[in-house]
Write a protein that binds this ligand. Sequence first.
Ligand code: ATP
Ligand code: MG
Length: 411
Amino acid sequence: MKLSQSFVKTIKTTPGDEVSESAKLLLRAGYIYKEMAGVYDYLPLGMRTLENIIQVIREEMNALGGQELRMTSLQPRDNWEASGRWSDDVMDVWFKTKLNAGGEVGLGATHEEPLTHLMKTYISSYKDLPVYAYQFQTKFRNELRAKSGIMRTREFMMKDLYSFSKDREEHEKFYEKCAESYKKIFNRLGIGNDTFRTFASGGAFSKYSDEFQTLCEVGEDIIYLDREKGIAVNEEVYNDEVLADLGLDKSKLEQCKAAEVGNIFTLGYRFSDALDLTYNDADGKRQKVFMGSYGIGPSRVMGVIAEKLSDEHGLVWPEEIAPYKYYLIGIGEQGERVANELHDKAPEDVILDDRKNARNGEKFADADLMGIPYRVVVSDKTLAENKVELKNRVTGETKLLTLAEFQNKLA
Ligand code: ATP
Ligand code: MG
């Protein structure tokens, strides 16, 4: 990527109503553009970052045996009538719209109903189970208050996986495997140390659901954390009875602010009952499918990472999700020529700051603001020793590499 050709530019001022640090930085660094409160565009850098987060999650979901699909945002009313969730009194975040051809549709806020309905076509025997299906899909929710930039929006990316199992036992095994997989995901995304499995309210089929909560000052949830055990309790279920049930000691719990980055839930027969999803067991008897749902919000996760890892100079991305790995600046005639050549070797890894109208100081500042893991400077001075200077965004350490060493990194 060559900055001289990028339509996006870093900006100095941000909309006045933006309070969270992550939103300000993402706007200034040119990752997102604000359409209106709670609705953001992902610009090229933002989109690459979001896609990298998605890819980490995708790899782990595939490792669990997940099969990826993509469902529609436009939702026919019938499935939701069947489950009793069409009414705004039951689900208050619906966006709904009328069809010119007649009838009403909803914009999907979640996908239990349509996927359960879809599975009726494919699941009929115990041999068809279990099934783990997931998607990355834009969800629409008419949230009363949008907050903290991309952390709570009215249109956002969700990974939602749904499990279809023969019975509770099969379900519970998968549920635990998925919880383990979530830990791996948040580790890979660089927020593992501060993300805790948190007991939250369950439904008719389980006492608790499990949230994955990341400690974060602008988070909207309060959790009570046992650091030693590495688990927490959401304030919504925090009481003496629950603590006793979980074997937690009140005096050891820390009250913390946190953001929910993921959520896993035992649905049981809630939707298979409502939409009549059944299978024939080995004895030919009709059984209901036992279900679970497993969400992660990649766009909220991106906001949380920006919020937590950034510093006074700007964003900081872990290498695995940074939109590019190197931010390359050529100084002087020779330096510019070599920088150009290096960029062309690996344009997918390198942002080349070849702007004619920016001073070197501005380029250095933008490298920091964008949070690219390594800033690389090639100048006539470094070239005199046949070297380039590499600066680590996190530690601030600089070192000199020979041109050949750096070329090998790019290869
Ligand atoms: P919250 O309690 O924060 O409103 P939720 O419990 O309604 O979230 P789920 O339905 O469990 O959310 O959605 C799964 C995941 O989607 C959440 O864990 C979160 O990461 C993400 N998410 C939910 N709502 C939003 C939103 N408005 N903006 C961005 N991400 C969201
Ligand atoms: Mg939730």
